[in-house]
Design a binder for this molecule. Structure first.
Ligand code: NAP
Length: 241
């Protein structure tokens, strides 16, 4: 059986690791920032590897045959390091990247190329913002001194650079009705979101229902190399390595 390292930290990665474990020896790694993470039933590595060189060394020491980067689409540093480490260690590697969400006619999405642009775009929008992008990157939005921010994150942010805000700690998935109630309760006028992809998030359905505009932050460019868009594709990739 091949030994496969899956870089995880997402619900998709846990599912992929579980489904692959009948066909391969799976090692699953996560950054270690989340308390009580969901884990697959296999060998777990917690914490960073020390950049691309550290990861290449880990691959060699553990006789890894192939690497699947199944980290979140916005985990850009890990994706770049994974591609470089596979080259260095001379093993096949691929990035699992589920297809991005696409707006429908009933949606009012405004594209932002990054967090900073999203923050600038808020100047021309409502004063009550649902910042649903997690506990990191809040600093970019500190330029909006007079806005109210509803922050939702799994882990508490290290610092919150706003004067007017509510912090709501929760882990998805969420329900459409609950998200609609949340937007109404806080009188949200604009939602800021990453384009995580997969089944359309309930917050976006709620925004559609309420005709609330959404600032959608573009995905970072994926690294060069094999991209896999479906969980079935992962099994085919593994068979072909
Ligand atoms: P990142 O900026 O790309 O990575 C920063 C560093 O964290 C990496 O250089 C690596 O440290 C370590 N790291 C990241 N993922 C790792 C993994 N699966 N196993 C071992 N080390 C890992 O990543 P991020 O955006 O902070 O995300 C961190 C984790 O949260 C990822 O596992 C990702 O799947 C998950 N996540 C992220 C988001 C998001 O929006 N970014 C959303 C949901 C879940 P070294 O350089 O020391 O190896």
């Amino acid at each position: 059986m091949k030994k496969v390292l899956i870089l995880g930290g997402t619900a998709d990665a846990v599912r992929i690791a579980q489904s692959m474990s009948g066909n391969a020896h799976v090692l699953y790694s996560l950054a270690g920032r989340t308390r009580e993470p969901n884990l697959p039933d296999c060998r777990i590595h917690t914490g960073g590897f020390g950049g691309a060189d550290g990861l290449a060394a880990y691959i060699a020491e553990n006789n890894i045959d192939a690497l699947l980067d199944a980290t979140h689409p916005y985990a850009a540093t890990m994706a770049t390091n994974a591609a470089a480490a596979c080259q260095k260690a001379e093993i096949p590697g691929a990035k699992y990247l589920r297809p991005a969400w696409r707006a429908e006619e009933a949606d009012n999405w405004i594209a932002a190329k990054d967090y900073e642009e999203a923050a600038r775009l808020l100047s021309d929008m409502g004063d009550r913002v649902f910042l649903s992008t997690g506990s990191q990157n809040l600093a970019a939005f500190a330029i909006q001194k007079d806005k109210f921010f509803l922050i939702r994150a799994v882990e508490p942010p290290e610092t919150i650079p706003f004067d007017i805000y509510s912090l709501f700690l929760a882990r998805g998935p969420f329900e459409r009705s609950g998200e609609t109630m949340l937007l109404s309760k806080y009188d949200i006028q604009v939602v800021v979101s990453k384009n995580s992809g997969g089944p359309l998030a309930a917050k976006l359905l709620a925004a559609r229902d309420r005709k609330t505009p959404v600032i959608m932050i573009d995905r970072p460019e994926p690294p060069e190399g094999d991209l896999i868009e479906s969980e079935e594709g992962v099994i085919d990739w593994l068979a072909g390595t």
